[in-house]
Ligand binder design. Structure first.
Ligand code: ACO
Ligand code: LMR
Length: 260
């Protein structure tokens, strides 16, 4: 007799029941042997789509440019702190990953969502900025702690230059660059940042908004693993913040009153 069981989960992206995994139906070995690369696997698993060579090249460049940005940024610093406390690789990387959010690295999805909304609803830059100020706050994808008009972010210039050299329509990127023109005049660090640039480009090549933070998370994981291995290799000691780096603003030591 057959027993009917209702499935616990439904998947639409991959199947491991044969002799090898299939990504959206395509066997991994066949993808390899026909010359497909990591960006194509991303396309299949994140958007169920066999992306073009040109789209794959864009994604490869995004990943290379955002793989790491030194030890001082929130993500790397958290991973280093954990590594020095003797925490293992996956947990230390997870510590760094937890820092990826609205201010650091995790503004890609929202940047893509809002730029797309502005383009779809044919807003002017002024209308967009007024809308963001009223409804959201800081414009995701705009602003950087150390990069500015005077200290430009070469990663952004590189990616914009490359995408602009291709024969493709880039309405979101064009809009984002118009936003930057206005915001960077108000304050010179309000430039289009890495999150905003990759968001605009990825929306322009058709990636779903919900997948966009994944591009930063994936790329920066390369760097976070590097920082953990680097600390391990050096046998680094536990980090303890020095007192002179802290502004102790708590009340001065005082007598505890009798318990009432
Ligand atoms: N849109 C509008 N105004 C902004 C923005 C923004 N995106 N960012 C900063 N400002 C304004 C602030 O309101 C503030 O104005 P005020 O001086 O009138 O109060 C001023 O600029 C300074 O703001 P801070 O938050 O002190 O600037 P900081 O240098 O700390 O901010 C940050 C850097 C966190 C990236 C900020 O620009 C931001 O939140 N941007 C949006 C989120 C984002 O895109 N993050 C990804 C950064 S790239 C990366 O992590 C790989
Ligand atoms: C990064 O790529 O980590 C940054 O743009 C953030 C920073 O502060 O450098």
């Amino acid at each position: 007799d057959e027993v009917m069981v209702s499935p616990l989960i439904r998947t639409t992206i991959s199947d491991d029941r044969g002799d090898e995994p299939c990504y959206d139906g395509y066997p991994a070995s066949e993808l390899i042997n026909k010359g497909y690369e990591i960006p194509h696997v991303i396309g299949l698993l994140w958007d169920k789509r066999l992306i073009s060579k040109q789209e794959a090249e864009i994604i490869k460049r995004i990943m290379m440019l955002s793989a790491d940005h030194g030890p001082c940024v929130s993500g790397a610093y958290a991973t280093i702190l954990a590594a020095c406390a003797g925490i293992g690789l996956s947990q230390s990387v997870a510590a760094g990953m937890i820092m990826i959010g609205p201010r650091f690295g995790g503004a890609v999805t929202d940047a893509g969502r809002f730029f797309k909304y502005a383009v779809d609803s044919k807003m002017s830059v002024d209308e967009f900025l007024a809308y963001m100020k009223k409804n959201h706050g800081p414009v995701p994808g705009i602003g950087h702690r150390v990069k500015s008009l005077r200290n430009p972010d070469k990663r952004v210039k590189e990616l914009v230059g490359y995408v602009k050299s291709l024969n493709i329509k880039t309405p979101c990127l064009d809009f984002a660059l118009e936003v930057e023109k206005i915001t960077s005049v108000k304050k010179d660090n309000l430039i289009l940042n890495v999150d905003g640039t990759m968001a605009a480009v990825l929306v322009d090549i058709g990636f779903p908004v919900d997948s966009l933070n994944g591009f930063f998370i994936l790329s920066r994981t390369i760097g976070l693993i590097g920082h953990w291995v680097d600390q391990k290799r050096q046998d680094s000691r536990l980090i303890r913040l020095f007192d002179y780096l802290v502004n102790y603003a708590a009340p001065k030591r005082r007598e505890v009153p009798p318990l009432k």
